[in-house]
Ligand binder design. Structure first.
Ligand code: PLP
Length: 425
């Protein structure tokens, strides 16, 4: 068997759309990008979508447009990719790192509230919808969700949705979320509870909103191994017209009209003005063409990943040496970008040995993530100590990400699960 950790699905109209771009002779930002923006905005129910060349660029532009500047602070979870924090440094501001919940790898409303109460210099909160599950932004009573907490403190909410397209945020009762024990009745009880929850959510038609329609700014990634790809690319979604206008200007050198308008507008095509020292972050039409084809199949591919997740949950939930992720809502609301297990301390093999044995059996795995408080730059600059992040530490010691993508066959899934059993027992 040779099961790669990620395999890209390009079974739609990618080639057709790219060919039409090549034949048009216009390769950079133009009609295909505009069309991609419009369709994406509709998909996430946002008023504006601005295409850029990475999620990192979207996060940078988003914070800039929201007015984050030198000396400000921004709350960032430690359990994320370095992009989420480096963009804060681009602007001369400083990240304030916060621990995540062990069961979901997502920040809790309680932790956000505590951080904002302790530090009034925090100007924005970045949440990461880890693995494709939406963070608890919304709540039933209008007080307990991260969105309400940010609003009460006058702080901007920026969503790193690099894992979370398409995903939906449930409007749920969050009052008990932090206190919920991990596994009330041993390992199998935990999963049965998840399955029951799921039925409950589906039957009750609990309100939901697409990720991309909620915070001040939401940033998506179309990097090669993300849920939909443009090769390299990103999208910023917002409902704020001023933010969208600023982002559109700053993604292309701070020029007051983009190239496309320059060649189709009524004023002279050579004339433009520079309003600010902007960046070079625009998305070329070649990439947008791939994105349009991927967008058409986004839900089909999501469903195919959900099938893999359901298989893993069913087959791995009774293993005493493994913790599987907790899902706080219907499986249909989850983008299922990653499926991360944690090997418990009592496991007979270490995480690194486990990964080696999987590789020997022909199965690619990965690690999401070595937390940022362990990365030299952040650790040194902010004098961070592992003891401050007990949940991220527990995750980091044992975490392994398993293959999850639309093309994974039944036979391959079966082989992954059997190999895990044979390594652990
Ligand atoms: C992939 C990723 C990014 C960066 O995306 P790019 O499009 O490569 O810039 C940011 N945050 C998280 C959580 C990611 O997984």
């Amino acid at each position: 068997m040779d099961i790669q950790f990620a395999r890209i699905d390009l079974l739609g109209k990618e080639l057709n759309y790219v060919q039409s771009v090549l034949e048009s002779g216009w390769l950079t930002t133009a009609g295909k990008t505009l069309m991609f923006e419009e369709k994406f905005a509709r998909a996430v129910e946002a008023q504006f979508a601005c295409a850029v060349n990475s999620c990192t660029a979207a996060l940078h532009l988003g914070l800039e447009a929201l007015g984050v500047e030198a000396g400000d602070r921004v709350l960032v979870p430690t359990m994320t990719f370095t992009s989420s924090a480096e963009v804060v440094r681009y602007l001369g501001a400083d990240p304030v790192f916060v621990d995540v919940a062990y069961e979901t790898r997502i920040v809790t409303p309680k932790a956000v509230k505590k951080a904002l109460e302790e530090d009034d210099r925090i100007k924005a909160v970045i949440v990461v919808h880890f693995g494709g599950q939406a963070a608890p932004l919304l709540d039933k009573n209008g007080e307990d969700g991260i969105l309400s907490i940010c609003k009460r403190h006058g702080v901007k909410l920026v969503e790193d949705a690099a894992h979370a397209f398409p995903a939906y945020c449930v409007q749920q009762d969050l009052s008990h979320l932090d206190e919920k024990p991990l596994r009330p009745n041993g390992s199998s009880g935990y999963v049965k509870e998840q399955m029951l929850d799921r039925e409950k959510y589906l039957n009750s038609r609990i309100k939901w909103l697409p990720v991309g329609s909620i915070g001040d700014v939401t940033c998506f990634s179309f990097y090669a191994n993300k849920t939909i790809t443009t090769g390299e690319g990103g999208m910023l979604a917002t409902n704020d017209a001023n933010v969208a206008e600023r982002v559109r200007m700053m993604r292309l050198h701070g020029i007051n009209r983009d190239v496309w308008n320059r060649y189709t507008g009524s004023t002279a095509d050579w004339e433009y003005d520079v309003a600010a020292p902007g960046f070079k972050y625009n998305m070329p039409d070649i990439n947008a063409a791939i994105g349009l084809a991927q967008l058409e199949r986004a839900e089909e591919m999501r469903k195919a990943r959900q099938r893999v997740a359901e298989f893993y949950i069913e087959r791995l939930s009774n293993l005493e040496y493994i913790d599987i992720p907790r899902i706080n809502g219907p499986f249909e609301y989850h983008a299922w970008h990653l499926f991360c297990i944690v090997l418990k301390p009592e496991s007979p093999v270490s995480r690194n040995e486990f990964i080696e044995k999987m590789a020997k059996a022909g199965i690619g795995t990965s690690v999401h993530y070595k937390p940022l408080h362990r990365m030299t730059y952040y650790q040194k600059r902010y004098k961070l100590k592992p003891e401050s992040f007990p949940n991220a530490e527990r995750i980091w010691q044992g975490t392994v990400s398993l293959p999850i993508y639309p093309g994974l066959t039944e036979e391959e899934m079966e082989y992954v699960v059997k190999t895990i059993h044979s390594i652990l027992y």
